[in-house]
Ligand binder design. Structure first.
Ligand code: MN
Ligand code: MN
Length: 466
């Protein structure tokens, strides 16, 4: 043995030591990430709901030469198609030169985010204030949704069957809505509640008006005033709320965070921060070997149930139809398919570091995070990707210089969560979670790193094109 062994080099060779992306990437790469995220911020502001995200995706798809998919039709290699599932989820596909028997490559992200849905009969007046009852959607900390400006988005189907899109509170000069909270002076009793009970579901009532209709001596003149304004703007009556999907979301826009502008703060990063890269990546694909699918799905935040969520058969039906157009069974196609389940993971938070296990946590600015398994209490509910599939994804990302890291959602026994991965795996498809680390996940204002967003785009791009 020599005593001149370079142990520093040996350590570098033998240790796994993920780096801050700025130490790995060139200045040009970082500038490319910043430029890419200007488009992402516009998408965040334009697509705060699943319906708006589908509308944005359709417009972008058409601009990139995609046409509506026709079931039962055979498409030539290179064809670009999209399947709009009820306006709330969408699949974009580029047909490959290889047979569908060899499977497809899927990036699947979700476009629904935690929010406050209006109840079917929401509007009431109490002491000259008009309010809207809500039923929250997804896992929220309810106390975070009070005392900040809200906007209302959605669709109303009128009595005669016509539909009208609603968007209130997004323009700078437009009025916003708000949920009140109790002043600290009178909150002694409220302060004794647990944090999860600090604001209760039935206390998430949105203020929508306060002035009675002029010269009106009827009761509930404030509510009547609001209904008159809604009727003038949207041609609706109170009964039309019964056939509506109206979603209250934060009224603020995406912005840079930090003096170095390395981060983006916004509502709805989970999971637009993966949906947007999955969308931009499919637009880089021309004449791929394997058919590629970018799936932007709904209902992930409430468990993927419902016919626009991935616990329905809509994606498998689409793949089956593609395969059968080539005389291939859907089952054969799916068993040879691969999927990146594109969803966020928790970013290491120095302020709340004790819930994460440092050696297996995801960090801001260390690139896209690959999550081999999710689940809780002994991996319950996970699809747990195989070492072989993890190995192939690892080689792919390394080959193309995509900065990536591994991440587990929190300490064992402390929590956990799920993604669409298990619903994809249920179709006998190889699947692994890959996404962007997020600070304050599910808060009205979440934070991500621009470089990580760009690395998600790069990862899906190489996955589709390799
Ligand atoms: Mn998610
Ligand atoms: Mn989520």
């Amino acid at each position: 043995m020599s005593d001149t062994i370079d142990y520093s080099a040996l350590k570098e060779e033998l240790f796994y030591n993920p780096q801050h992306a700025c130490k790995v990437l060139s200045a040009d790469d970082v500038a490319a990430a910043d430029a890419y995220c200007e488009g992402y911020k516009k998408f965040l502001d334009a697509a705060k709901t699943e319906r708006e995200a589908v509308n944005e995706a359709v417009a972008a798809a058409q601009a990139n030469g995609f046409v509506p998919y026709e079931f039962g039709k055979k498409y030539a290699p290179g064809s670009k198609v999209y399947y709009n599932n009820r306006g709330k989820s969408i699949i974009l596909a580029v047909i490959g030169t290889e047979s569908l028997a060899k499977g497809v490559r899927i990036a699947a992200a979700h476009i629904d985010s935690p929010r406050l849905d209006l109840k079917p009969n929401p509007l009431y007046e109490d002491n000259d204030i008009a309010l809207l009852k809500t039923h929250y959607y997804g896992g929220i900390k309810k106390y975070q949704w009070t005392a900040m400006p809200l906007a209302l988005h959605g669709v109303i189907i009128r009595k005669d069957g016509t539909s009208v899109n609603v968007c209130i509170g997004e323009e700078d000069n437009e009025p916003k809505l708000v949920i009140s909270d109790l002043l600290p002076h009178l909150a002694q009793e409220q302060s004794k509640r647990t944090l999860s009970d600090g604001i209760r579901g039935e206390e998430l009532n949105i203020i929508i008006g306060s002035r009675p209709l002029a010269d009106c001596s009827e009761s509930e003149a404030v509510k009547l005033h609001i209904l008159k304004l809604l009727n003038e703007k949207y041609g609706v009556t109170e009964a039309d709320f019964l056939s509506a999907e109206l979603e209250a979301v934060p009224a603020f826009k995406a912005c840079d965070i930090g003096l170095d502008r390395g981060l983006i703060g916004s509502y709805g990063h989970d999971d637009r921060v993966c949906a947007y890269p999955a969308l931009t990546a499919v637009f880089t694909v021309e004449n791929p070997a394997y058919t590629v699918l970018s799936v932007l799905t709904d209902k992930e935040e409430t468990g993927s149930d419902g016919n626009t969520g991935l616990n329905s058969s809509y994606m498998a039906d689409f793949i089956t139809d593609l395969a059968e157009s080539q005389g291939v069974s859907g089952r054969l196609c799916m068993m040879n398919s691969q999927c990146l389940s594109a969803d966020v993971n928790a970013a290491f938070d120095p302020t709340f570091s004790d819930v994460l296990e440092r050696r297996n946590a995801a960090y801001l600015n260390k690139g896209i995070v690959i999550t081999k398994y999710t689940g809780a209490r002994g991996k319950s509910g996970t699809s747990d990707a195989s070492a072989e599939f993890m190995g192939s994804v690892r080689r792919l990302l390394d080959k193309h210089g995509v900065v990536w890291q591994i991440g587990e959602l929190g300490k064992v026994d402390l929590g956990g969560g799920g993604t669409v991965a298990k619903y994809v795996a249920a179709h006998n498809i190889d699947v692994i979670d890959a996404g962007v680390p997020v600070l304050s996940m599910h808060a009205p204002f979440e934070v991500v790193s621009k470089i990580d967003v760009y690395m998600a785009h790069r990862a899906f791009e190489v996955f589709f094109n390799d």
